[in-house]
Design a protein around this ligand. Structure first.
Ligand SMILES: NC(=O)c1ccc[n+]([C@@H]2O[C@H](COP(=O)([O-])OP(=O)(O)OC[C@H]3O[C@@H](n4cnc5c(N)ncnc54)[C@H](O)[C@@H]3O)[C@@H](O)[C@H]2O)c1
Length: 280
């Protein structure tokens, strides 16, 4: 599948929807038909890709409900969106716990009376560079518990509400690590391989019910997770961690570009896209 996203610097984005150019930097209060009033849950929304997606979606008129274990950062992200004129709430959520995922889904209904889109961006990367015999069971379970089970529980809790939406959407953050390339961590690679199978199966289950499922597999994006992992790998390999930090900061992709892709897919303009999307 090919996907063309044209970015023209700063906050200006164009996407080609139904043969027309739209949404050219209109800011809050402009004409945001694609996401207007769509209610979007974003797990892992406190920082990184999730926070960037929340800000972009809110700028385009979506209402966002952020779930994360990082309370201070999550509240700050929601507050920044509201301060800019957008609509956002934060709900402290550990996605590895079913009751907390249910509370997150309920918060969307409580605040905005419906749910249209779920973006699963919560994730952790642990156990980097460890051979199987050195990787402890607890780490393996923790990574699978957040990255894979957490995704299942988030979707499970949201589905009863999503089924009532017109053109509901589920967006899952997979990875090229664990699907196309080996990961630095056995646990992370296993979890993202699992996400790939989960996404494929979920898509087939939900398509007949009018709910679109896309998995987004990116490579290296400049976020705390990616930077911390590469710095940690350099440290473990006896290389200069600060040099590694500088390199990844320079070379990794901008989270904003992924946020634009997620905003497009969350919108009704993304209706034609199916299945897994690999970015560069
Ligand atoms: N950054 C990359 O290069 C990259 C590449 C491919 C895929 N991804 C995936 O994108 C997603 C977002 O990653 P990121 O790079 O923004 O990382 P990040 O660490 O910056 O953000 C991940 C967020 O998930 C939250 N989180 C962790 N455990 C949680 C839990 N139990 N419950 C709720 N929230 C929890 C963290 O607090 C954090 O806010 C992840 O699924 C990651 O695997 C990232």
């Amino acid at each position: 599948m090919t996907f063309d996203l044209v970015v023209q610097g700063g906050p200006v984005v164009e996407w080609m929807g139904r043969g027309r150019r739209r949404n050219q930097n209109k800011g809050f209060g402009g004409n945001h038909m694609e996401l207007e009033d769509r209610v979007v849950i974003i797990t892992g929304g406190a920082r990184g890709i999730g926070a960037a997606a929340a800000q972009t979606i809110a700028t385009k008129g979506g209402r966002v409900v952020l779930g994360d274990i990082l309370e201070k950062e999550g509240e700050a992200t929601a507050a920044a969106i509201r301060a800019a004129g957008g609509k956002a709430v934060f709900v402290r959520t550990d996605v590895s716990k079913e009751a907390e995922c249910a509370r997150l889904a309920a918060a969307a209904i409580e605040h905005y009376a419906k749910l249209d889109v779920v973006i699963c961006s919560a994730g952790i990367l642990e156990g980097s560079m460890l051979q199987a015999e050195a990787l402890d069971e607890a780490t393996f379970e923790r990574v699978l518990g957040v990255n894979l089970k957490g995704m299942f529980l988030t979707v499970k809790s949201a589905l009863p509400h999503l089924r009532k939406a017109e053109k509901g959407v589920v967006l899952l953050l997979g990875s090229q690590f664990g699907t196309k390339l080996p990961s630095s961590s056995l646990a992370y690679g296993a979890s993202k391989g699992g996400v790939h199978g989960f996404a494929m199966t979920l898509e087939a289950q939900l398509a007949p019910h009018g709910i679109r499922v896309n998995e987004i597999c990116s490579l290296s994006i400049r976020t705390p997770m990616r930077i911390e992992n590469l710095v940690n790998q350099a440290r473990l390999a006896g290389r200069d961690p600060e040099k590694a930090r500088a390199e990844v900061t320079k070379e990794a992709g901008d989270p904003q570009v992924l946020a634009l892709l997620l905003a497009f897919l969350a919108s009704t303009d993304g209706d034609f896209v199916r299945g897994t999307i690999y970015t560069r």
